[in-house]
Design a protein around this ligand. Structure first.
Ligand SMILES: Cc1cc2nc3c(=O)[nH]c(=O)nc-3n(C[C@H](O)[C@H](O)[C@H](O)COP(=O)(O)O)c2cc1C
Length: 357
């Protein structure tokens, strides 16, 4: 039943011009059980599906769940989808369009408890559809006028809550500085940059290029826009001019790197006068070969826990070391004169190039 009901909800909401809505069908998301290595509350997601889900949920300002009641509760599928994330749900208003033999009211009460634990804002009243089966005609849910009015009441509450939370967010963001927008092509890459920075208290948001083209971000609310020319290609100058004209004060940082982490770092450093994230890199002679000792201190600011250190020789990878934060020592399998430097990556995002001294 959920899909016909959800289609009706979307169709009904699309008539409004004060909101945009997107249907997320859990039938398109197959979340494996027992699979995540870390609790989602830790935030630094490693699982690809989890990151994609996080990006999807991040897009929403509010959530309207369409769900039946099963044995006075909601489905395990829905619970898993909720449990797969944490921060992305927080401070987002939620309500339900429910159905079942008695309109799904008990299920909504169960669901509200979970929303509270996820930091969501339960908005009442939800819409309880009575006699839903009788209103189904094939794949279509044929709603009565009273269903539409109930849905309007639910959505009005959601919209009210969104306005209120946005206002609070704006007030809170005024305290946080600088406010940074990371632009890039890949959702995964953006998310791996944005989320750790957010968890460390930066005011950072991320957008993909198609999103930026479709929906211009409000440059008035930004101090730094960070993007990779490589990712944006010919659109770079166009976007740069667009932002520059809407807010001449905004600082635009661009590099040729495909991923934004380093630009964000550079922007933060430039604005705050912070020292380099990589504390020190010392290369010492060891007979014919060399060792690199580096102190990786980036986790203090970026919240990432796993690093890949990669040595390249004439663009060929000659050494790859997976490591955590702290001191590392790498013995090079080639003579010094053959090595020009190291690339250190965190969570798949290109980070810092360390030259051999
Ligand atoms: C396993 C199961 C348990 C159910 N338990 C309840 C219930 O506790 N309360 C209720 O009002 N309806 C209950 N129903 C009826 C469903 O909510 C209703 O048939 C709904 O349309 C099912 O949605 P679905 O076809 O998408 O599975 C139950 C249905 C099933 C299959």
């Amino acid at each position: 039943m959920s899909r016909p009901v959800a289609d009706w909800v979307i169709e009904h909401l699309q008539k409004r011009d004060d909101l945009t809505c997107e249907l997320i069908d859990l039938a398109d998301w197959s979340f494996p059980q027992f699979d995540l290595r870390k609790p989602p509350a830790m935030g630094n997601y490693e699982d690809r599906l989890q990151i994609a889900w996080a990006r999807t949920i991040s897009r929403g300002d509010a959530f309207l769940f369409v769900s039946p009641e099963y044995n006075h509760g909601y489905s395990g599928v829905l619970k898993t989808a909720l449990d797969y994330l944490m921060g992305e749900w927080q401070d987002k208003p939620a309500a339900c369009v429910s159905f079942g033999n008695v309109g799904g009211a008990r299920m909504v009460e169960n669901l509200q408890q979970v929303w509270v634990e996820l930091g969501m804002i339960p908005a009442s009243p939800s819409t309880h559809l009575l006699g839903a089966h009788g209103k189904r005609n094939g794949n279509k849910f044929v709603a009565e006028d009273s269903d539409g009015r109930a849905l309007d009441r639910t959505v009005a509450r959601l919209v009210d809550h969104v306005h209120r939370t946005k206002k609070q967010e704006r007030a809170a963001n005024d305290q946080k500085w600088p406010r940074i927008l990371v632009l890039g092509l890949g959702e995964r890459a953006i998310h791996s940059v944005v989320l750790p920075l957010q968890l460390n208290g930066w005011s950072v948001s991320g957008m993909t290029v198609p999103d930026v083209i479709a929906r211009s971000p409000d440059a008035q609310d930004l101090d730094v826009i960070s993007f990779g020319r490589g990712a944006l290609g010919v659109d770079a100058d166009q976007l740069k001019n667009k932002f520059a004209s809407s807010n001449p004060e905004v600082r635009i940082v661009e590099t040729f790197l495909p991923i934004a982490t380093r630009q964000v770092e550079a922007a933060c450093d430039a604005l705050e006068g912070n020292a380099q994230a990589l504390d020190a890199a010392v290369v010492s002679h060891m007979g014919d070969h060399f060792a690199l000792n580096a102190e990786i201190a980036m986790e203090t600011r970026l919240g990432v826990s796993a690093y890949t250190i990669e040595g390249t020789l004439a663009s060929k990878r000659i050494v790859t070391i997976e490591t955590g934060p702290g001191p590392v020592q790498i013995k090079l399998p080639v003579p010094k004169q053959d090595i020009s430097g190291f690339m250190i990556e965190a969570d798949g995002a290109e980070f810092v190039h360390v030259p051999i001294l």
